[in-house]
Design a binder for this molecule. Structure first.
Ligand code: N01
Length: 564
């Protein structure tokens, strides 16, 4: 199937995938299936991406397990039993390892291979990809599958790095670290912080939760999956995947077409009570749709959840601090929790309000808080855990020098925010495909569901490339401008686009300015899938495809053979 390009310079490989996480593994499998010449490289020493790295206590996903798996293989679906409704990191990693073994993917993956530079040559239409150790691979096409959340960020506080005990980001948690009896501070109460805090609270001697802004959390409703339940789920996989294909975020939860104002307050509250006590992200994703679009309904829902926090936390001063004041419920990603609020009822757990008492510095013994008026408080600790999030979406791209034929760096191009052609390419960066990145529908969906859409599109596109002898594939600038505008318009309909979170490119831990960026696509997975399919059906009108074997032909092909 693979047509080797016989241009000026030979390639080491036709398709180079960067990242051996959930997306990269599936793309590898699909390209092997069509007989493509493909290799995966990953900076880590093992596969799994997010699930390889995040080993902090309590790490799990908040998608229902049976929706967080590949759907492409009936045999795989038949043989894998999920143990918990919301699988923890070790089980998810085992699943991905099983997939790699079952489909014999490992021989095609190179580990410990951190990409530092990728440079496009106009002379022979190849990417030269350079690694940290100085080695290089030349590829016709480079496919980026590096994850949205693979570059951790740390607070810019004095003394960081000088602490004598364990000082770690959740992303880099040392798996063999035993928290029993330790004095620990966790900085940050996003999804990662909430999980680690809940998990360690009853094991440590002292737990200090250092919170800047509070985040909304709802009960996850986790529990074991019995054999009978597993059999029932397995028998329903076709319907489950078909249903997830039609929900905006690829979850089993789907926004209700009913408006909250269409029902009585009594009915609303009853419905919210059911959703709160149900499973997963129902209150967030399966609610009356105006609750995430209109400030009034959102306020009422926020008050409902705030009251739950007041009921669950004994000390009302603490409860009040745990109720977000800067954003409404569901206008940032809501974290699933399993006893997070009850942890604050324990004597060994203290919530520290960083808004009132900011961190002055990290010392050799722990964290020094600024109490104001020249007073300080020293927290003596064994471990400091930064649950402070990521340089999300574009961070992994920024870490690589990606240079086009004009010598332009992608990082510079994206300085004021990323611009992509349908989330899969960037104009002037030919033969570079983005599988997971900005403005892609894969990014905000239940991940396996979202990436299947993009990988399936990429695989069809690779088929087209090979069968039509395409040497160069490049997003059109006008299509890019139109896509960014579309994403901006669609996103604006949701309150999510108005808050300060990684969804909108905010991260004040970074040195760059904190203005909002069009990072993610909130138009929903079905719409995104249809948009990508249109490209296939209409022979890629948003892209310039050049047939031939290399630049010499392109002179002629530029007008004659370029399709679309
Ligand atoms: O990161 P975050 P995360 N000083 O950015 C605080 C996925 N995920 O790793 O709100 C003090 O959400 C920051 O405070 P504030 C999921 O997609 C999924 O928790 O900015 N505090 C916030 O509390 C999620 O959205 C799962 O004021 C600082 C926290 O750190 C994404 O990962 C589980 C600070 C960062 O929260 C990221 O989640 C875990 C500073 N200088 C993660 N800087 C599941 O599927 C930041 N903070 C369940």
């Amino acid at each position: 199937m693979t047509t080797k390009v016989d241009g000026a310079g030979a390639s080491d490989v036709d398709y180079l995938i960067i990242g051996a996480g959930m997306c990269g593994l599936y793309q590898l499998h699909q390209l092997l299936e069509i007989g493509a010449d493909v290799r995966v490289v990953d900076a880590n020493s093992g596969l799994g991406g997010t699930w390889f790295k995040n080993r902090y206590p309590g790490c799990r996903f908040d998608s229902e397990s049976y929706t967080y798996q590949y759907s492409f293989s009936p045999e795989l679906l038949a043989e894998w039993d999920w143990q918990e409704k919301f699988s923890a990191q070790p089980e998810t990693l085992s699943y991905l390892e099983h997939v790699a073994d079952r489909f014999d993917l490992r021989p095609h993956i190179t580990f410990d291979a951190r990409v530092v530079r990728a440079e496009w040559s106009e002379a022979d239409w190849r990417w030269t990809v350079s690694f940290e150790d100085g080695s290089q691979i030349r590829a016709r096409f480079v496919l980026y599958a590096m994850g949205l959340l693979s570059v951790p960020t740390y607070p810019r506080v004095a003394g960081r790095g000088s602490f004598g005990g364990l000082e770690t980001h959740t992303f880099d948690w040392p798996e063999d670290y035993d928290v029993t009896g330790k004095r620990i501070a966790v900085i940050g109460t996003g999804a990662s912080g909430v999980q680690v805090i809940t998990d360690v609270a009853d094991k440590v001697s002292e737990l200090y939760v250092l919170q800047r802004d509070a985040n909304w959390c709802t009960p996850l409703g986790n529990g074991p999956i019995s054999e009978e339940e597993m059999a029932r789920l397995r028998a329903s996989y076709d319907e489950i995947f078909a249903w997830c294909r039609e929900t905006p975020a690829g979850f089993i939860h789907r926004p209700d077409r009913t408006l909250s104002t269409d029902v009585t307050r009594e009915e609303r509250l009853r419905h919210w009570e059911e959703l709160y006590n149900g499973q997963g992200a129902g209150l967030y994703m399966g609610n009356y749709r105006d609750t995430i679009m209109e400030p009034g309904p959102n306020k009422e829902l926020s008050e409902f959840v705030a009251e739950k926090i007041r009921q669950r936390v004994k000390d009302q001063r603490v409860a009040d601090l745990l109720i977000p004041k800067d954003h409404g419920f569901g206008t940032k990603r809501v974290a699933g929790e399993s006893g997070f609020y009850e942890a604050f009822n324990q004597d060994n757990v203290e919530l520290v309000d960083l808004m009132a008492h900011p961190i002055q510095e990290v010392t050799e013994a722990g964290v020094r808080l600024d109490l104001g008026g020249g007073k300080v408080r020293d927290l003596e600790l064994d471990a400091i855990v930064y649950a402070t999030g990521f340089d999300a979406v574009t961070g992994a791209f920024d870490r690589i020098e990606i240079v086009n034929g004009e010598g332009e760096h992608l990082k510079d191009r994206w300085e004021d925010g990323p611009e992509t052609c349908l989330g899969v390419q960037v104009s002037d960066f030919p033969n570079m495909f983005i599988l997971v990145g900005p403005q892609s529908g894969s990014a905000t969906a239940n991940f396996p569901r979202g990436i299947e859409d993009v990988v399936n599109w990429m695989t069809e596109t690779a088929r087209h490339i090979e069968s039509h002898g395409i040497a160069r594939f490049e997003g059109r600038r006008e299509a890019e401008v139109a896509w960014v505008e579309h994403v901006r318009e669609v996103n604006a309909k949701l309150l999510l686009s108005q808050t300060q979170s990684w969804f909108n490119g905010h991260n004040i831990n970074l040195d760059r300015d904190d203005k909002p960026r069009v990072m993610v696509y909130l138009g929903g997975a079905p719409r995104y899938r249809r948009r990508l399919q249109e490209e296939i059906d209409q022979e890629y009108p948003s892209f310039v495809l050049t047939e031939g074997s290399g630049p010499r032909q392109s002179v002629r092909a530029g007008s004659a053979a370029a399709s679309g």
